[in-house]
Design a protein around this ligand. Structure first.
Ligand code: URA
Length: 224
């Protein structure tokens, strides 16, 4: 026989040396398509958009959203204990936060918690701007899905995420801001409160701010 034999169809799907790893869409494409919190949690858990963070993490920490929660607390990024457990604010800062929320009368079952970054930065270093930009679509979508009456940012990274780089907590705290059609309060991170001790200014400010938040939430709920 002359000429080429026709190839058998279908072609066998055996990956050759040039086979490419499947392309995972970036958070900016994926996050807006998430229809529910559970879809988002499942999808963000497979995110590898920040290679260094994905390589170093034990767990992605998507956040928690109790049914019916209408307050969203935003922290910076998971620490060692959060990375080990997959749950936000379970370490020392989380214990202080829990105690202060309880004292303020903010019932934990109406409070959702998420971080600007979903993966722990190595050695608990500060999130890089590029990581914040890459991870932001997840938090943007979480905000839309939760639709809280009040957002509370904890610490400088979360304040800058919401109000722009250069935001200073000392200047921004004390009065609600309007943020994407809802109210937002800025306060210190519980780690800062721990660092300056139980009688330090950040602990007092955080306690006062959470008490004000509880009052504001009552008013906002009544209006909704
Ligand atoms: N600090 C944060 O900002 N978030 C956590 O989840 C834990 C510690």
């Amino acid at each position: 026989m002359t000429g080429q034999q026709p190839l058998p169809l279908p072609l066998p799907l055996v990956p050759g040396p040039l086979a490419q790893a499947p392309v995972v869409p970036a958070p900016v494409e994926l996050a807006p398509t998430m229809d529910s919190w559970s879809d988002l949690v499942e999808t963000v858990t497979g995110c590898v958009a920040c290679a260094e963070l994905a390589a170093g993490r034990t767990h992605v920490v998507p956040g928690v959203y109790p049914d019916g929660a209408d307050v969203l607390l935003i922290g910076e990024a998971p620490g060692a204990q959060e990375d080990a457990s997959g749950v936000p604010f379970v370490g020392k800062a989380g214990q202080v936060l829990d105690a202060l929320l309880g004292a303020a009368g903010l019932a934990r079952d109406r409070v959702a918690v998420a971080n600007v970054l979903k993966c722990r930065p190595p050695g608990n270093r500060k999130p890089k701007r590029s990581e914040m930009a890459t991870c932001t679509p997840w938090l943007d979508r979480q905000l839309e899905l939760i639709d809280p009456v009040l957002v509370i940012t904890l610490g400088g990274t979360a304040a800058e995420w919401a109000l722009g780089s250069g935001t200073k907590i000392s200047a921004a705290r004390g009065a609600p801001h309007q943020f994407r059609g809802r109210s937002l309060l800025v306060t210190y991170h519980p780690s800062a409160a721990i660092r300056f001790g139980p009688n330090g200014a950040p602990m007092r400010a955080l306690r006062d701010d959470l008490a004000s938040a509880a009052e504001l939430v009552d008013r906002l709920r009544a209006r909704r």
